[in-house]
Design a protein around this ligand. Structure first.
Ligand SMILES: C[S@@+](CC[C@H](N)C(=O)[O-])C[C@H]1O[C@@H](n2cnc3c(N)ncnc32)[C@H](O)[C@@H]1O
Length: 204
């Protein structure tokens, strides 16, 4: 199922905003992989969070790779993300100040389009997580929400191994609040702060 929405999973988003963005914002290249991005609401939410925290100079260093295997009834994710147009109902959960700043009226009536600076930060690639080969490595942050629950425990462990290999040392992994981190990863993906679904690959 490809259910998604803007600003979904507040705990993860607050942790990204408060703990991750300040830690990675000065890198010359800020690489984020949104794994299982569905129709784009999630990667665009991430781009908005970064835009709201970073000045224009650092924001240009952000590169969000949004991937999905598109095998649901809602295919054509790439086209939806490229158009970046969403209905009034879709943008309901976007805080009003962000809606005013980062969306503009779209050609279709009653629709809104992300502004160009936000659109330009998000790339889409079709990718199946169960290939266990990361599309790109050197990531500062991987976001994987409401996806791992669809996999067997053994597949979850293998996908987490792949995430670990795709992250830079000190890189972050944000999951949804319902996803437990398997015991086997407690040292390799320690939780950043109690109560947050945010984990960090140790530097050493
Ligand atoms: C419930 S949606 C979650 C979307 C978004 N991450 C969120 O939290 O709002 C689950 C997404 O995972 C994707 N997905 C499921 N299995 C996948 C796989 N093996 N590889 C890549 N994406 C997958 C589905 O296509 C769907 O878009």
């Amino acid at each position: 199922m490809a259910y998604t929405s803007f600003f979904r999973d507040t705990d993860a988003l607050n942790a990204i905003s408060d703990l991750v963005i300040p830690a990675i914002s000065h890198a010359r290249s800020i690489r984020v992989w949104d794994a299982g991005c569905a129709t784009g609401e999630e990667p665009f939410t991430l781009a908005i969070l970064f835009a709201a925290k970073l000045g224009a100079f650092h924001f240009r260093n952000l590169d969000i790779l949004a991937t999905d295997y598109e095998e649901s009834n809602y295919a054509q994710f790439e086209e939806r993300i490229r158009r970046a147009e969403y209905s009034r109902q879709d943008v309901f959960w976007v805080p009003a100040a962000h809606r005013d700043q980062y969306f503009e009226p779209a050609e279709s009536p009653e629709a809104f389009r992300l502004t160009a600076p936000i659109r330009e930060r998000v790339r889409y690639l079709k990718h199946d997580l169960l290939t266990l080969v990361p599309p790109e490595t050197g990531q500062s942050l991987i976001v994987c929400k409401n996806v791992l629950m669809h996999f067997s425990p053994a597949d979850q462990v293998q996908v987490l191994e792949m995430f670990h290999s795709a992250l830079l040392p000190g890189g972050f992994l944000a999951l949804d609040g319902n996803q437990a981190m398997p015991e086997a990863f407690s040292a390799r993906f320690p939780r950043v702060e109690r109560g947050t679904p945010l984990f960090q690959k140790p530097v050493g």
